[in-house]
Design a protein around this ligand. Structure first.
Ligand SMILES: NC(=O)c1ccc[n+]([C@@H]2O[C@H](COP(=O)([O-])OP(=O)(O)OC[C@H]3O[C@@H](n4cnc5c(N)ncnc54)[C@H](O)[C@@H]3O)[C@@H](O)[C@H]2O)c1
Ligand SMILES: [Zn+2]
Length: 368
């Protein structure tokens, strides 16, 4: 995969938005003030990130002369609701945010998704900036323009495609991230390697220890590559009409595991299980070699991510849950499968029965 369509210089990725990697919060504040003179800033954040980073960012912005307000809500997926969006909107109105105002989303994917969606509809759309602070948000959710809130009937059911004007990635914020959250992001990074980039896949294998020790130069390298890859995919198919579905590898079975566990299994862990399941399907279809399957499974395992379905779920429960996934079409579920490490095939239609037959013999995929 080449990146000719993408203007990419050292630590900078150009999509419709600029992604700047390896900047401190102070430099971020300076750049925002320079790039958006005369604007007022509304920092949207959650309760954890507020304490860790957002208050500092607010101070830096104020010191640099920008009028800044901070709006925060309780951390966690349960806050990703219409109600929280309303709360943010009420605060914006109270502070008289106008069309020239800018929202700065600083936090993980929850903050990014809800702040982005608020920016998309406030005064029919105002500009927003992403300052992602989780690994998952730095490699995935802050780039690509998907914004949403959840509904009791399902995740991300109400939202829009709306790109931030800038993404500032500060890898230093990852130092405070709990290990479980860190591994959540690793699973998505392995996915990028598996579907698009053998070199990234090999890099993850060779530099495992350094990455797990959160070595800064390794992190900058993999985050930059993931942002480039995501930008390439999104440029080709911004609204997921076809090619963008390549990013769904691991997510059909992954979403089923997440849903059945009532979202107790974190997204990245579920995607790790999903990648192994979907690679098994590909292997049993004759699309992927045994060696390719084993390489993927081994890499996932080496990062101590799960590679099998938790024993409390049966194959049938998982398969039934895949039916309600957005990727279902008529009776078939559209899978993204890999044929080699670094090469993926989208929209492989498979019936639930077919998948059952393909997976039932692989007892190891189900925990005993
Ligand atoms: N828009 C997209 O394309 C996209 C893609 C993937 C996931 N998502 C969404 O992202 C969300 C998950 O994102 P997430 O995993 O970042 O979860 P999150 O935003 O809930 O963050 C996880 C936890 O880490 C805390 N945290 C954040 N940064 C921290 C730091 N630097 N140090 C210590 N703690 C920190 C948060 O307060 C939170 O408690 C889901 O809602 C998912 O639907 C969106
Ligand atoms: Zn994902």
């Amino acid at each position: 995969m080449t990146n000719h369509k993408l203007r990419s210089t050292k630590n900078k990725v150009q999509i419709r938005v600029k992604v700047i990697i390896g900047v401190t919060l102070q430099a971020t504040a300076r750049d925002i003030v320079q790039q958006f003179p005369g604007s007022r800033c509304f920092i949207v954040t959650d309760s954890n990130v507020k304490r860790l980073y957002s208050i500092d960012l607010e101070l830096f912005l104020k010191k640099a002369g920008m009028e800044t307000h901070l709006i925060s809500f309780r951390a966690g997926e349960s806050s990703k609701t219409r109600r929280t969006k309303e709360y943010i909107e009420d605060r914006l109105l109270k502070y008289r945010a106008d069309r020239n105002s800018i929202i700065i989303a600083i936090g993980g994917g929850v903050v990014g998704d809800i702040a982005g969606f608020t920016a998309a509809t406030y005064h029919r759309g105002i500009e927003y900036i992403q300052v992602p602070t989780t690994l998952l948000a730095q490699v995935d959710s802050s780039v690509g323009g998907k914004t949403a809130v959840n509904h009791p009937l399902g995740k991300n059911l109400i939202g829009s495609f709306y790109h931030p004007v800038r993404v500032y990635i500060n890898t230093d914020t990852l130092s405070t991230l709990p290990q479980r959250q860190f591994k959540n992001g690793i699973a998505e990074i392995i996915k990028y390697g598996a579907i698009l980039d053998l070199e990234l896949f090999q890099y993850l294998d060779i530099n495992r220890q350094k990455i797990l020790n959160r070595d800064k130069s390794c992190l900058v390298h993999i985050i930059k590559r993931c942002c480039e890859l995501k930008a390439l995919v999104v440029q080709k198919d911004p609204e997921e009409k076809s090619y963008r579905r390549i990013l769904n590898f691991g997510h059909t079975i992954g979403h089923a595991v997440e849903k059945l566990s009532n979202y107790k299994v974190p997204h990245g862990f579920a995607v790790a299980i999903g990648m192994v399941g979907e690679a098994l399907i590909a292997k049993n279809l004759g699309l992927l070699s045994l060696e390719g399957f084993q390489k993927l499974q081994k890499l996932i395992l080496s990062y101590k991510l799960p590679v099998s379905i938790p024993c409390r779920f049966t194959l049938d429960e998982i398969l039934t849950a895949t039916r309600s996934d957005k990727k279902a079409k008529n009776d078939k579920i559209m899978y993204t499968l890999i044929s080699k490490i670094g090469i993926a095939k989208i929209d492989v239609p498979l019936s639930v029965n077919k998948v059952r037959k393909l997976l039932i013999k692989d007892k190891n995929f189900f925990e005993k």
